[in-house]
Ligand binder design. Structure first.
Ligand SMILES: NC(=O)c1ccc[n+]([C@@H]2O[C@H](COP(=O)([O-])OP(=O)(O)OC[C@H]3O[C@@H](n4cnc5c(N)ncnc54)[C@H](OP(=O)(O)O)[C@@H]3O)[C@@H](O)[C@H]2O)c1
Length: 337
C-alpha cells in the first residue's frame, strides 16, 4: 500500500547526513528537487505526498504561484473546473522546466456536469484548457440528483478514452465510496476530503486503506487556523518548525495520506515544503490525533453536502442553519419596513 512508512527512529530534527540517508533528495531546507518527490502508491498511481492547492488563485497570480511551486520542488498540483484557473495552470506547466511526466496534476468535475455526455464534454474542455491530460480526475462533490451509476459510467468512459490517467472521487462518505466501488469497472484511486487536526477522518481513511485507495487531504492547514494553535506550535518549537509544518508533517506520517496546502505567498509556499527534515514521535502524533471535536468541519453545504461519517459537522450545520434563519429574518423585516 502506501510507500510512506515511518522509517526513522523517533528523533529530534534530523542532521544533514541522516536526512539524506532517510529521504534521498531532501535538503535541510525542504525538498531539493534532485529526486522525485516521495509518493503514495495505490493501484498503479504514484501520488506525490505533498501537493499545492490552487483554489482562489486566479489569472497571473495562479500562473506565478504554480510556476514558483514547481521551481522549488512541488510535483503535485491540485485544481478543479470550478476554480476557474485550469488555463493558467496549463500555461505554468507548459513553460516549466520540470518535465510534464514528473508532475502530478489533478482536476475535478463540478457536480452540475455529472450526466452521461455532459461529464465527457466538460473533461474535454478541461483538457483543452490544461493543454494536457490530468493524472487524476475527481468528481468534486456527490450529487444525489444524478444516478451514481450514470456518473461513474461516464467517469469510466473518460478514463478509457485516455482523457485522464486515473479517476477518483471527492467529498464521498464511506457509504458513497462503497456504492461507487460497486459500480466502477476502472479503479478508483483517491477520495479527496477535508482533513486536518480538528476533523477526524478515521472511518473514511480505514475504508480507503482497505480498498487500496489514497486520501488527498484538503484544507490541511484548516484554512490557516492551525497557525493560532498553541499545542501545535509548542510541538513545533522542539524542532524549529511552525504549527503549519507540524500539521503537514502529521498528515505526511499517516499511511496512504497526501496533503495539498494552499498559499498565495511565496514565503508560505516554501515554508510548507519544509517538512521533511524532522519526524514527530508516536506520542506527538497521538496528541495531535486526539484534537478533533464536533466543530471541526470547515467545508460543507446544506444544499449538497452528504451525511458525513465523522465528527465535525455539528458546528458547520449549526452555523449554516443559523445563517439561513438569520437571512430569512432579515428578508421578512425588510418586507415589513
Ligand atoms: N475537493 C474539495 O472540495 C476541496 C475543498 C477545499 C479545498 N480543496 C483544495 O485544497 C487546497 C487547500 O485547501 P484550502 O485552500 O481550503 O486551505 P489550507 O491549505 O488549509 O489553508 C490555506 C490558508 O492558509 C494560509 N497559509 C498557508 N500557508 C501558510 C503559512 N506557511 N503561514 C501562514 N499562513 C499560511 C493561506 O494564506 P496565504 O495565502 O496568506 O498564505 C490560506 O489562508 C485548495 O487550494 C484546493 O486545491 C479542495
Amino acid at each position: 500500500m502506501s510507500a510512506i512508512r515511518a522509517c526513522l527512529r523517533p528523533t529530534q530534527k534530523l542532521g544533514k547526513f541522516e536526512l539524506e540517508q532517510a529521504y534521498p533528495g531532501v535538503s535541510d531546507k525542504g525538498w531539493s528537487g534532485r529526486q522525485p518527490m516521495k509518493t503514495v502508491d495505490v493501484q498503479g498511481a504514484q501520488i506525490p505526498a505533498l501537493g499545492f492547492g490552487t483554489a482562489g488563485l486566479r489569472s497571473d497570480v495562479a500562473r506565478r504561484m504554480v510556476s514558483y511551486a514547481l521551481d522549488i520542488g512541488y510535483r503535485h498540483i491540485d485544481t478543479a473546473q470550478s476554480y476557474g484557473n485550469e488555463a493558467e495552470i496549463g500555461d505554468a506547466i507548459s513553460v516549466s522546466s520540470v518535465p510534464r511526466q514528473e508532475i502530478w496534476l489533478t482536476t475535478k468535475v463540478w457536480r452540475d456536469r455529472f450526466r452521461d455526455g455532459d461529464l465527457q464534454r466538460s473533461v474535454e474542455a478541461s483538457v483543452r484548457k490544461l493543454r494536457t491530460e490530468p493524472d487524476l480526475l475527481l468528481l468534486h462533490w456527490p450529487n444525489s440528483k444524478t444516478p451514481l451509476h450514470e456518473t461513474i459510467g461516464a467517469l469510466n468512459d473518460v478514463k478509457r478514452k485516455g482523457l485522464t490517467n486515473h479517476i477518483g472521487v471527492s467529498n464521498f462518505t464511506v457509504a458513497l465510496i462503497q456504492q461507487a466501488l460497486s459500480l466502477t469497472k476502472e479503479p478508483l484511486v483517491v477520495n479527496q476530503v477535508e482533513y486536518h487536526p480538528y476533523l477526524s477522518q478515521w472511518t473514511v481513511l480505514e475504508t480507503l486503506r482497505a480498498n487500496d485507495m489514497a486520501m488527498i487531504a484538503y484544507s490541511p492547514l484548516a484554512q490557516g487556523r492551525v497557525f493560532r494553535d498553541m499545542t501545535l506550535q509548542s510541538i513545533g518549537d522542539g524542532y524549529g518548525k511552525n504549527a503549519g509544518q507540524v500539521a503537514l508533517r502529521w498528515l505526511f506520517q499517516q499511511d496512504g495520506v497526501t496533503a495539498i496546502p494552499h498559499s498565495s505567498r511565496e514565503a508560505h509556499i516554501e515554508a510548507n515544503l519544509e517538512i521533511f527534515d524532522f519526524e514527530l514521535t508516536g506520542p506527538e502524533m497521538a496528541r495531535i490525533s486526539a484534537r478533533p471535536g464536533p466543530h471541526g468541519r470547515l467545508n460543507d453545504s446544506l444544499r449538497y453536502g452528504p451525511a458525513w461519517d465523522d465528527l465535525g459537522t455539528v458546528g458547520m450545520a449549526r452555523r449554516n442553519v443559523t445563517g439561513v434563519v438569520r437571512a430569512v429574518i432579515r428578508r421578512v423585516r425588510r418586507l415589513y419596513r
